[in-house]
Ligand binder design. Sequence first.
Ligand code: DX5
Ligand code: ZN
Length: 220
Amino acid sequence: SRSVRIAPSILSADFARLGEEVRAVDEAGADYIHVDVMDGHFVPNLTIGPMVVKALRPHSKKIFDVHLMISPVDSFLEDFAAAGADILTVHPEAGAHTHRTVQTIKALGKKAGLSLNPGTPVEALDYLIEDLDLVLVMSVNPGFGGQSFIDSQLRKIERIRTLIDRTGKAIDLEVDGGVNVETSRQVRDAGADVLVAGSATFKGGPDAYRGNIAALRGAA
Ligand code: DX5
Ligand code: ZN
């Protein structure tokens, strides 16, 4: 079976030492660097913008998996692409024309992801899935790290696994929120390829990152 990939969310990193933190999780075995971008409008928190992504880019050659929780989103795509994002993931509620947003991301030469909030139905993928490189299932309501996994999302992950397999395309299925050594196995069994882990990666500080990532991989 496909090997699981681990994407540490730097939302749980030490923001005063963000470059070193990215370097540390890279060296500790991260597959992707998951960057949570929040605007205080689409979600109730403010985090980082394209300037920070650009500043972090030299610290790792890993895939920069940029999760855009901002609305409207279209006017920022070019800046995040130029800053060095590899994957740009948007939410369908973040603009009136999701299909166009996906095409814009691809025209910028980046991989396109679509993220579904816990209450957003699988049908939000209709007419879009064939054009996507990644589907991101939110297993918490976005805005903050350290929340509990919402079990109902396991059924959604299973359904999306089936839809992806039906396309015959290499579309990543990524899960974000409350993923830890207790939940990662179920998430994996439901069909996820990529596990986002914020608090479960960064707990215990830099000396623990390698063990934390290995534990997530092992438990999945
Ligand atoms: C939530 C973010 C997540 C978050 C995950 O809005 O999209 O990436 O950082 O944090 P944990 O892994 O602690 O639930
Ligand atoms: Zn995220």
